[in-house]
Ligand binder design. Structure first.
Ligand code: DGJ
Length: 554
């Protein structure tokens, strides 16, 4: 048996000498709830919550929903959507309105209500940077430029952005963040909070880097050794080593180092999985740093974050482009053996829902559409239409979340073990061909009726299924044993094949069923005949199959 290399990235691991010891509460002291942990298993990841892999079916609230009076407009949306995790900001201005005086009342209310709603929480630390700006810092920070200096452009003009080169700002932010985690440690022994994001979309707009005197002095220094090693470069100053990229790389290093210092101090108190999110640089067009958030964790500087910020467990893309080529390219960029894929934000328009299948296919740990509350605001045109946003708009997300909810842990484990696959329909509606392992393949097609071949659509005049001109399909597969798979999907057809040369195969048994609340498979019927003659067929409502494949003996 292959021995898995398991690396705990955050939190503590609980190791069971035998399943008996673990399963027997009678012989153990009252088990303390387990710290959420991120485990790297040969470059694949599990986010363990309550000791087992957990897939975040997330919902991020709007920016200003972080007050107790807003929560009654948040929970109904979370319920309609079927999210298992609410991602919510906590603002520095809110917890430390006066220096050294802390107020955690919102956090307490949020956690109480999350527990009542049986939902876990991810906290977003809106500190020094929120979309690069200082607006969420307390007045005593954002109005005091002498004590908390700003980024300067090359011509000396000042930008509103707080400078990453200021240790005074960093220490003040760190003190507030550590106070937050210290409070969490006290009030959240059950770990309702499963992860924290440090800062929000940092970087610099309007300049390739910070040219303030403190930043300039650092820029003239030698590039740190860890970075040289990671990037395979020889020693020198930033300009000498990185040439045209020096400004952006310097800004990335300085932002990563700043956030890492804060994350490290927080983890010393409560080692929750910790991440940062990225305002994306365009995936295909080459743009000048500063027209996008220069120095934030864009895909081109992930290596710099990895070399500089060991306490940031992952960097996450905020994807506000529904086009499949762009969405998928971003998944490719952020799903790395050293970076668990978590879509930190995305639009809440219906089209985004079907990408959940592809996030699973990329080995992701979660999915987190933005603006999922009924406070009456939407970030249109990035997200849904404010006039109509409500339960109806939740439906595409709700449909897929409710189907995955009872099997999210099964999928999370299969992803970590390398036994899961998933694809989402692209805008070109083209088929996807998957190689599942050495033995089996799967072809996924779209825009077909559940009965009949591709040609029927044209020859029999049936046309395409209604609504299929917009990509909305997807399929996810988890392997159970050599020849058995769970398959779930929507608006797609899946045809299994064999990867073995010259062999013939068939679907030996196709069970349609569902999982109960405890995660046990419940058999509903066997599908055969018209239902499976043309493969496994999925329409609007996700269906779960347990499929046993067989090779026909010669
Ligand atoms: C990305 C940010 O991270 C969010 O907080 C929000 O401002 C969206 N952009 C836009 O709605």
């Amino acid at each position: 048996m292959k021995v898995m290399k398991r690396k705990i990235l955050a939190g503590t691991a609980v190791i069971c000498a035998s399943s008996l010891l673990c399963a027997s509460p009678m012989h153990a002291a009252t088990p303390s709830p387990l710290m959420p942990t991120l485990v790297n298993q040969d470059g694949r990841f599990a986010l363990n919550v309550d000791g087992a892999p957990y897939f975040i079916l997330g919902a991020q609230a709007n920016n200003s929903s972080n007050y107790p009076n807003m929560l009654p407009m948040v929970w109904p949306a979370i319920k309609d959507m079927g999210a298992n995790t609410l991602v919510m900001p906590v603002a520095w201005e809110q917890i430390e309105p006066t220096e050294n005086t802390f107020d955690f009342s919102f956090v307490d209310t949020l956690l109480d209500q999350a527990r009542q709603n049986n939902v876990r929480v991810g906290l977003l630390w809106f500190g020094t940077w929120k979309n690069t700006g200082p607006n969420y810092t307390p007045a005593w920070v954002k109005l005091n430029n002498k004590r908390f200096p700003r980024v300067q452009k090359q011509d000396g003009t000042m930008l509103p952005i707080l400078s990453a080169a200021s240790s005074v700002t960093r220490e003040a932010d760190k003190k507030a963040y550590v106070a937050l985690l210290t409070h969490l440690k006290k009030v959240d022994p059950q770990h309702t909070v499963i992860m924290v994001q440090v800062e929000n979309e940092p970087g610099v707009y309007g300049s390739s880097r910070d040219f303030s005197p403190a930043a300039e002095a650092l820029f003239q220094e030698q590039v740190p050794e860890a970075l040289l090693k990671k990037m395979g470069r020889t020693p020198g100053t930033w300009s000498a080593v990185f040439g045209a990229d020096a400004d952006e790389y310097f800004q990335a290093w300085s932002t990563a180092a700043y956030a890492d210092d804060i994350a490290k101090a927080g983890k010393a108190v409560l080692p929750l999985p910790t991440y940062m999110n990225a305002a994306l640089r365009h995936t295909f067009k080459k743009e000048a740093p500063g027209t996008y958030a220069s120095g934030g964790p864009t895909y081109n500087v992930i290596d710099i974050y990895k070399a500089t910020a060991p306490n940031i467990d992952f960097v996450a893309p905020d994807i506000y482009s529904p086009e499949s080529l762009i969405y998928e390219a971003n998944l490719d960029h952020y799903a790395r053996p050293d970076n668990p894929l978590f879509v930190g934000e995305m639009g809440n328009a219906p089209v985004y829902a079907h990408y959940l299948y592809s996030v699973i296919g990329h080995g992701g740990i979660g999915f987190d559409p933005f603006g999922m509350d009924y406070t009456g605001f939407t970030n249109f045109p990035l997200g849904g239409d404010p006039k109509t946003f409500g339960p109806e708009e939740m439906k595409p997300f709700a449909t897929v979340y409710k189907a995955f909810a009872p099997m999210q842990r099964l999928f999370a484990k299969a992803i970590a073990d390398g036994r899961a696959w998933g694809v989402s329909e692209g805008d070109d509606h083209g088929p996807a061909n998957l190689t599942l392992n050495n033995q089996w393949t799967a072809k996924v097609e779209y825009r077909l009726w559940p009965f009949g071949g591709q040609a029927w659509t044209t020859q029999l005049g049936a046309g395409f299924p209604e609504g299929s001109e917009t990509a909305r399909g997807g399929v996810a597969i988890a392997q159970i044993d050599d020849k058995t798979f769970y398959v779930i999907g929507q608006h797609a057809r899946l045809t299994f094949g064999t990867a073995a040369n010259g062999a013939s195969m068939l679907m030996d048994r196709v069970e349609e069923g569902h999982f109960d609340a405890k995660g046990n498979w419940v058999f509903d019927r066997v599908q055969n005949g018209d239902q499976t003659d043309f493969g496994l067929n999925f329409t609007e409502k996700p269906v779960v199959f347990k499929v046993r494949l067989g090779i026909i003996e010669r």
